[in-house]
Design a protein around this ligand. Sequence first.
Ligand SMILES: Nc1nc2c(ncn2[C@@H]2O[C@H](COP(=O)(O)OP(=O)(O)O)[C@@H](O)[C@H]2O)c(=O)[nH]1
Ligand SMILES: [Mg+2]
Ligand SMILES: [Zn+2]
Length: 316
Amino acid sequence: MLRKARVHKSGKREFECKFEDTHETVMATALGNLLKGDENSIVVGDYVMIDEKNTIVESLPRTNEMYRLIIRENKKKVTASNCDLLVIVSSVSRPEYKRGIVDRFLVRAHQWGIRPLMVFNKMDEYNGDDLDIQFEFDRMDNLGIECFEVSAAHEDYKPRFLKLGIEDLKNRLQHKTSIFLGQSGVGKSKLISAVSDGKIKLLSLEVGRVGKGRHTTTWSEIVDCDTMALIDSPGIRSFGVEDLLEEDLITYFPDIEEGAVQCKFSNCSHEEGTAGCFFWTKLDQNDYRTQLIMSRLESYLRMREEISETPSYLKK
Ligand SMILES: Nc1nc2c(ncn2[C@@H]2O[C@H](COP(=O)(O)OP(=O)(O)O)[C@@H](O)[C@H]2O)c(=O)[nH]1
Ligand SMILES: [Mg+2]
Ligand SMILES: [Zn+2]
């Protein structure tokens, strides 16, 4: 008899799986043909069928995949699957809030087909002189992204600027699988502990902290408690987008795409000073809403430049 299970941790040949019915955990191996060619053929988040000998005999279709393209090897490196939410964690104190990195995570959310949420953490240390949280909130709100104002270190912290706080975040995560993404040090592990009411201990979260650069980074594992499944991601120092195709990038910026169709020339580069560009010639640059959209355009242009540095023939 075959039983359905979910992969919670993946090694080279062994997989820690949790049965759907009894919730017990087993170490399973996998039939060779499931692993052939690609070491990522079974990843964290996958649903699998396991036989009596604890062998994975089938990997079920995925609803989505978190992945990067390895351009030179012409391979897709899948690191996790079947996730509902991408929780973008940022810090409003130290490390400094980086708008460009947030926009990079949003691009991935689009590419991977996963709904993003935005968390402003360390609000106990918020200083309005260095960061205008209202502006950062408004540019997310414009995109329909829910924002949460929290302090993972002070669980009784109540939001002062935004509507939603830690209790709302806990509610959103119920019965979902969520991936936490953010720079190292923003408080992902602490936040996971907080939203799980301490059921998921920080200790177990430190183990996954092995990745050095973007190429060695792997999703650690699914940790779960009663009703939520969470994936912490090891410290990511940079979040390059050079594996994307230039023509796809704009589809991950629906707000920029909307403005771009109003440019006078269809092949407009949207760079500052371009004649007939909607963004630079039609919008009132002193207007608050213009400033929101221009901050998104800035991210778009920077990513496009990065992508253009990798020749597209390498991406076919
Ligand atoms: N003041 C303050 N410190 C925090 C908060 N959340 C996390 N920290 C601290 O920030 C540091 C990094 O947290 P950690 O959860 O390891 O970040 P990670 O690298 O994203 O997993 C630790 O020293 C935490 O105690 C917060 O809300 N307020
Ligand atoms: Mg951590
Ligand atoms: Zn333009």
